[in-house]
Design a protein around this ligand. Structure first.
Ligand SMILES: Nc1ncnc2c1ncn2[C@@H]1O[C@H](COP(=O)(O)OP(=O)(O)OP(=O)(O)O)[C@@H](O)[C@H]1O
Length: 541
């Protein structure tokens, strides 16, 4: 990413909070104004006190008190505003990226591990939000503070101001080589950090398996070595940063000391007043703090490059076109004509010249060896994948439509395995139909042979913990079928719905499905002949 694109990306991200950011900057400038005014007043006050000039002593004391109170008030307002802007920015950015990823086609984000996505949405978003809400407004104010202090110094004594110019080695930090090296170091750190998050997520999610394989020690060693890599990378960046920072600060310290000694010398010579020297020392501080701050801001700006690149990687993932859904009649059919499909970066045709007509109201079993492409076929029917060649057409008596995200409203897809989300059984069912009544929930649970729910102590309010923990695989699958049945859509796709069921439960489920679901075209992927026997059609792939 080029610096221009980086800045443009940041600019776009500030949409909606630009006014607040501008306000924060204005408050910061007011803070600078009061600081400079404070210094000017204190100079005069000291000159009046030491008899070098005349003026209203009490008025100057009052002005100083007002300046101090104003500074405290402004600091409090700035802190509050910065914190609120940061949260707002982070929420907006996280929300828009979340929606973007969720709307993407199946193949768009699957090369990025969920752990990495979460790491980006958490840490990189926070880094960017901090830069925009805090670093940039503060950088503007800091530069103005330096400039104002310098002009004031110039008005006091041109020679003292000249000395201040010597203490600007901060430019070292913005040299091209320096930026390039910091970017590289930060990039490596963020990648390793993501690897650790992926590793933690995988291992924690599969901790039962890891224990069963007695691989806890191995898991611990691997985590330790990943953490060691991160430690070394952070150490390397910290050393480099501390070295640059020390160079900058040493330059400043030398300039500051020279300036101070020069001021004392002028006082000794009687060429400046005591008030001027006090003002000078305060102004030198007004320059010192900003220089240190500016150095940190430049670092934060460089660190954020990597985060912006990582977030841009998510923001540029493909999305599906969001057009008006095409709703077909109650019981549509679906026709495949010479369909070819292969996954990206894989030359193999998983689906090759496949044709079949799933007629309205039919109940079809798709049989085939493991890995032959049965789940892929369901994904194609649901338009979660798009074929390279051939047509997939949904139709009813009146119209036809090529399978696309727009036709997905006609599809109810129940994937393989446990797909329950964190929440209660009721929450999971309502995902299928948010306004479903208890009676509708009851009917769907009966048809999917999941009436065991009513025997659980908490019934519909039973919590489904992570990945449906607390329920058996077969129970979770039947609740997922009930959820699918609640969803509107005339084509029901079931991927291995009976895989975890005993013979009796399998029969009850299929009996009830065939008796009650009369308004849907049903397609079942299965390995079991016993399931296929219930179907009106069989397709082998
Ligand atoms: N996201 C993917 N990217 C690349 N290749 C994939 C992807 N998903 C599946 N495949 C490949 O596509 C082939 C078909 O997979 P699919 O899951 O459709 O098989 P299946 O018939 O449903 O298998 P099973 O009966 O074991 O569930 C496999 O060889 C698999 O390696």
């Amino acid at each position: 990413m080029q610096i221009k694109e980086y800045i443009l990306w940041l600019w776009k991200t500030t949409k909606g909070v630009r006014a607040t950011m501008a306000c924060n900057t204005i408050f910061g400038i007011l803070h600078v104004g009061t600081s400079i005014f404070f210094i000017w007043t204190s100079k005069h006050l000291i000159d009046i006190a030491t008899g070098k000039s005349e003026g209203p002593f009490v008025l100057f004391v009052c002005i100083i008190v007002v300046c101090v109170v104003l500074q405290q008030l402004l600091s409090a307002v700035i802190k509050r505003q910065e914190s609120l802007t940061e949260t707002k920015l982070a929420n907006r950015l996280r929300h828009s990226l979340f929606i973007h990823i969720m709307k993407g086609p199946l193949t768009s984000s699957e090369n990025i591990h969920t752990g990495d996505i979460i790491n980006r949405l958490e840490k990189d978003v926070n880094i960017v939000a901090n830069l925009l809400s805090h670093v940039i407004p503060s950088g503007c104010v800091t530069s103005i503070r330096m400039f104002a202090a310098f002009i004031f110094l110039l008005s006091l004594d041109i020679r003292l101001a000249g000395i201040i110019l010597l203490i600007m080695p901060v430019t070292l930090l913005s040299s091209k080589r320096h930026i390039h090296k910091m970017r590289k170091l930060t990039e490596n750190i963020r990648i390793t950090d993501s690897h650790i998050q992926i590793y933690l997520q995988d291992n924690l999610q599969h901790r039962t398996l890891i224990s069963a394989l007695s691989a806890t020690n191995l898991a611990s060693q691997r985590l330790f070595s990943l953490q060691n890599i991160l430690y070394r990378q952070i150490k390397c960046r910290t050393d480099f940063y501390i070295f640059s920072r020390t160079m900058v600060q040493s330059g400043f310290a030398a300039g500051h000391t020279t300036a101070f000694l020069w001021g004392v010398f002028c006082l000794w010579q009687g060429t400046v007043t005591f008030g001027t020297v006090t003002a000078f020392i305060q102004l030198a501080n007004q320059v010192q703090q900003p220089i240190v701050k500016l150095g940190n801001h430049i670092m934060a700006f460089i660190h954020t490059f990597t985060s912006v690149e990582r977030l841009n990687g998510l923001a540029t993932l493909k999305t599906e076109k969001q057009d008006t859904p095409i709703k077909l009649g109650n019981m549509p059919g679906i026709r495949l004509e010479n369909v070819y499909f292969s996954y990206p970066n894989d030359d193999r045709n998983i689906i090759e010249n496949f044709s079949h007509n799933f007629i309205p109201g039919s109940l079809t079993a798709i049989l085939g060896k493991s890995g032959t492409g049965k789940s892929t076929l369901l994904h194609l029917l649901a338009a979660l994948l798009i074929p390279q060649k051939g047509n997939i057409i949904l139709y009813d008596r009146k119209q036809e439509a090529v399978a696309s995200p727009q036709t997905r409203c006609n599809i109810v897809y129940v994937p393989q395995g446990n797909t329950l989300l964190n929440g209660t059984i009721r929450d999971n069912l309502l995902l299928g139909k948010p306004d479903a009544s208890d009676e509708e929930l009851h009917d769907a649970l009966i048809v999917s042979a999941a009436d065991f729910v009513y025997e659980l102590p908490q019934g519909l309010n039973t919590p489904c913990r992570e990945l449906g923990t607390g329920l058996s695989e077969g129970q979770a699958q039947r609740i997922a079928i009930a959820r699918g049945l609640l969803h509107t859509g005339g084509i029901l796709l079931l991927d291995e719905p009976t895989a975890s069921l005993d013979k009796d439960t399998e029969r009850i489920l299929l009996d009830r499905l065939t008796e009650s679901v009369l308004d849907k075209t049903i397609i079942i992927v299965t390995h079991k002949q016993s399931t296929a026997q219930f179907c009106t059609h069989i397709v082998n792939i």
